[in-house]
Design a protein around this ligand. Structure first.
Ligand code: AMP
Ligand code: MG
Length: 338
């Protein structure tokens, strides 16, 4: 039995987890909430630094309490989010991971955060070879596995969808994270049978763009449209763009499974649109539980476990963080000859 300790802290959530072959032994987290505005990288990193000791101790102490005979020496490797993410946050968590690996005398495993979102979804939903829509704060990508790598079939040309929603929410005076609040306002508009406000629908080839949508939504608000109307229209536009590109990716690849990943995946309207699209083309749609959609330590530990078993560990000198780490840079050794 292999046990991996995983640390996540690319942005808002500092989280640690212990994962073994078939389950998450224990996971704990500490969320950074900005007092005002969006996520400030240095403040988030300070939050992570001050919470690291507690979060890591808690996960280990709990495993000891829960698992008969568990001791810290049972940990086989230390996995951490090497990127992509906010530089100061990544560096803080990487420093902790290096210190733990050295102390425990166990290998270090550098994990790509985006691929961790994919792999935990495949694991929890038992889905083999899906097209993946990965939608989070900073990232928005459509991916699939082909010949040893996760290929990016389409992606945002500017900001991530979560970021676009959070910015617009902030403009309305709502606190971070704005995504769930916009969902709530939009669902009220739907219940009222509100009209759609025209907003820019920007799909270029297989890519999409959200920053113009955020600006246009702000303008619509300033022009007197009410919040619920604009939130509804924002979601309809952005999610239709994502659904269109995802559907085309599935058609191109001839794949009949779709996996949703990332924090924005919690949105019920997005799920509904994707489910309808899959239903219409006879494909199957998968969404993991909410705790595995958003950033979490279990996904880092789990991908760490897959990499560890395939011998993909790193030396200290290779452990520098990669704020712009792209998923297609990683050789997906754990999927064998698929
Ligand atoms: P992640 O970085 O994967 O943890 O995702 C965080 C992002 O998900 C933030 O931008 C949130 O605003 C967004 N988010 C969380 N829940 C929802 C929701 N129900 N609808 C839309 N966005 C959401
Ligand atoms: Mg994420």
């Amino acid at each position: 039995m292999v046990v991996i300790l995983g640390l996540e802290g690319t942005a808002w959530n500092l989280s640690a987890a212990l994962v073994t072959d078939d389950r998450v032994i224990y996971e704990t987290e500490s969320a950074y909430k900005p007092a005002h505005g969006g996520i400030h990288p240095r403040e988030a990193a300070q939050h992570h630094a001050s919470e690291l000791k507690r979060v890591v101790s808690e996960v280990i102490e709990d495993a000891k309490a829960k698992e008969k005979g568990f001791s810290i020496s049972d940990i086989d490797g230390v996995a951490f989010s090497q990127g992509p993410g906010m530089g100061p946050c990544l560096r803080t968590v990487a420093t902790a991971a290096r210190a733990l690996a050295l102390t425990l005398k166990k290998p270090l495993i550098g994990v790509n955060h985006c691929i961790a979102h994919i792999e935990i979804g495949r694991w929890r939903c038992r889905v083999r070879d899906p097209v993946v829509l990965y939608v989070s704060g900073a990232n928005s990508q459509v991916l699939t596995y082909y010949a040893g790598r996760y290929r990016i079939l389409g992606e945002t040309l500017d900001i991530g969808i979560g970021n676009a929603l959070d910015k617009f929410a902030r403009y309305m005076g709502l606190s971070h994270p704005g995504g769930p609040k916009i969902e709530e306002l939009a669902s009220r508009a739907r219940a009222r049978g509100i009209e759609y406000v025209h907003l820019p629908y920007v799909v270029k080839g297989m890519d999409f763009s959200f920053s113009g949508l955020t600006t246009a939504a702000k303008d619509a608000l300033d022009a007197g449209h009410d919040r619920e109307e604009v939130c509804y229209s924002f979601q309809e536009t952005a999610f239709a763009m994502l659904t269109e590109v995802t559907e085309r990716a599935m058609a191109y690849c001839g794949k009949e499974e779709l996996l949703l990943a990332g924090g924005v995946g919690a949105n019920r309207r997005l799920q509904q649109m994707l489910r309808t699209m899959c239903h219409d083309r006879g494909a199957r749609f998968f969404v993991p539980e909410a705790r595995y959609l958003r950033d979490n330590g279990a996904m880092i530990a789990y991908l760490g476990l897959l990499q560890f078993k395939s011998g993909q560990t790193i030396e200290l000198r290779e452990s520098a963080v990669k704020p712009n780490f792209r998923p297609d840079e990683v050789e997906v050794v754990w999927r064998g000859d698929e």
